[in-house]
Design a protein around this ligand. Sequence first.
Ligand code: CP
Length: 322
Amino acid sequence: MNSIQLNSEGQLKHFLGIEGLERALLIEILDQAAAFNQISEKQMKKAPLLRGKTVVNLFFEPSTRTRTTFELAAKRLAADVLNFNVNASSASKGETLIDMLHNLEAMHCDMFVVRHGEGGAAHFIAQQVAPHVSVINAGDGWHEHPTQAMLDMFTIRQYKGDDFAALKVAIVGDILHSRVARSDIHALMTLGVAEVRVIGPRTLIPVGVESLGVQVFHHLEQGLRDVDVVIVLRLQRERMLSALLPSSQEYFQCYGLTQTVLQVAHPEVIVMHPGPINRGVEIASGVADGSRSVILQQVSNGIAIRMAVMAMTLGVSAISDA
Ligand code: CP
C-alpha cells in the first residue's frame, strides 16, 4: 500500500492506512498536529495553507465526528469544502463510482476524503484519481481508520508524554469488526508501545491477531491490570453477519467498563473511545463522563490531526509555513 501512499521522496501523497508506515512519519504527523493544535487554541483559528484548494467529503456511511472535524479542519486551512451527499446523488440513477469521481475531478477538486463500507475503497479511489489529487481514508469497512488512530496516538502523547515504550495499552470490545482497532494496533506497535492487549469474547477477537504483536485476554479484569490507557470499542452490530453475542446486558456484565473494574488499572489510567458510545453496553456512564475519560478531548484533537494530514498530503507544513 505504501507504494501508493507515498511519493518518490517518501512523503505522504495519500493517507490510506497506518500499516507499513514508518515511525518517523507517524511522529511527523503528531508534530505537525501539535503545531496546528496551537493555532486551534487562538482566537483566530485559521492557518490558510490550503487557500485555493478544494476538498470533497465523500461519505458513503454515516458519521458525526469524522465528517464534521474534516470539514472544520479544511475550513481552518482556508480550503473550499464540498460535502457531497451520496444519497442524493446520481448514484441512485446508475452512475458508477468512477464516473462520479471523474465528474467531481472535472470541477477541479484537489482532495477526496472517503468513508465507505467496503475495505479497500479509498485505496481503489486513490488508484483512479488524477496525479494532483490526494485521497484520505476516513474509514473503510473493517479495514482501517488511520486518522482516528493518529488522533488516538496524539491524545495518548498529550496525557502520557513521548515515551510510548513505557506504556501498557488495552483495547476492549469488538476487535473483529473494528477498523479503529486495526489502525490503533499498527500505530501502537510502530510507536514502540511496551504492551498492547486486546480484550473481548472469543467471537469478537480475530483469529491470529497475536501475529500483530498483541496479547489476547478474554477476562476483562485480567486484561486491564496496571494498564495506562484503555481504548473501549462499541459492538458493531451492523457488521455482524450472525449472532456473536448473547445480549447487550450480558456483554456489559462481562466486558462493560465500570468504575469498579477500572480500579485494577494504573491509578492515572486514561479512558478513550472513538465514539459513538453506547452507554450501559460497553461503558458505564460514570466512566464515560468520569475524571479518567478523555473521550471529548479525542474529538477536539481530531481537528488538528486532520489539518496535519490534509496539509501533508498536499505538500505543505504547519511547522515551516504557518
Ligand atoms: N470515530 C468515528 O469514526 O466516529 P464517526 O463515525 O461519528 O465519524
